[in-house]
Design a protein around this ligand. Sequence first.
Ligand SMILES: Nc1ncnc2c1ncn2[C@@H]1O[C@H](COP(=O)(O)OP(=O)(O)O)[C@@H](O)[C@H]1O
Ligand SMILES: O=c1ccn([C@@H]2O[C@H](COP(=O)(O)OP(=O)(O)O)[C@@H](O)[C@H]2O)c(=O)[nH]1
Ligand SMILES: [Mg+2]
Length: 190
Amino acid sequence: MHNVVFVLGPPGSGKGTICAKIQENLNYVHLSAGDLLRAERQREGSEFGALIESHIRNGSIVPVEITCSLLENAMKASGDVKGFLVDGFPRNEDNLQGWNKQMEGKALVQFVLFLSCPVPICIERCLNRGQGRTDDNEESLKKRVETYNHQTFPIIEHFEKSGLVREVKSERSVDEVYADVVKVFEQDNQ
Ligand SMILES: Nc1ncnc2c1ncn2[C@@H]1O[C@H](COP(=O)(O)OP(=O)(O)O)[C@@H](O)[C@H]1O
Ligand SMILES: O=c1ccn([C@@H]2O[C@H](COP(=O)(O)OP(=O)(O)O)[C@@H](O)[C@H]2O)c(=O)[nH]1
Ligand SMILES: [Mg+2]
């Protein structure tokens, strides 16, 4: 049974940055759904490349069959680890239903780490991210924020109903955010 922590929050809220620090210090394996999709997009012979690229540019969500298989394969390849940080997934109802169906009996969600951050700060961070992404531009960001507000935030609210959400405000410095994130993991592992 894989231990899983979902890491959710608006684009630019710092999910990837914080997950990298957790992986380094707390012995969890960081799986960025976005990174897995970008790798699949580039993979020689992938039948999903064009579909993935159009969703990424459009800020819409790739069908869960593709994303969940990439995540499950990555977990299997990681062997026996303390747990997985599933970064940037589930992003909508289709993702949630697909995860529940495909991962039933195989994964246990410990909690959801929700990095909350005002949208203007998030947009500024993405525009300055400098990773040459095809979706870090005004047009795509507008759609990504729309998708987050209308499709992803309801998923956070769904988990909130089961008391599984741990919110950390992430407009502060990385060190301040990370210090609070460590406390969340310490409290959960008691
Ligand atoms: N707490 C923070 N303060 C300032 N900049 C940050 C902070 N966290 C992340 N960043 C920067 O903002 C950008 C987006 O961070 P990232 O971790 O990629 O966010 P996400 O994965 O949520 O989109 C990156 O350039 C990152 O270096
Ligand atoms: O489970 C996922 C994760 C990402 N994406 C797509 O990949 C893009 C970038 O996701 P990522 O998490 O890398 O963006 P971030 O929030 O880190 O800026 C999203 O806007 C979606 O188009 C998706 O369809 N399903
Ligand atoms: Mg990210």
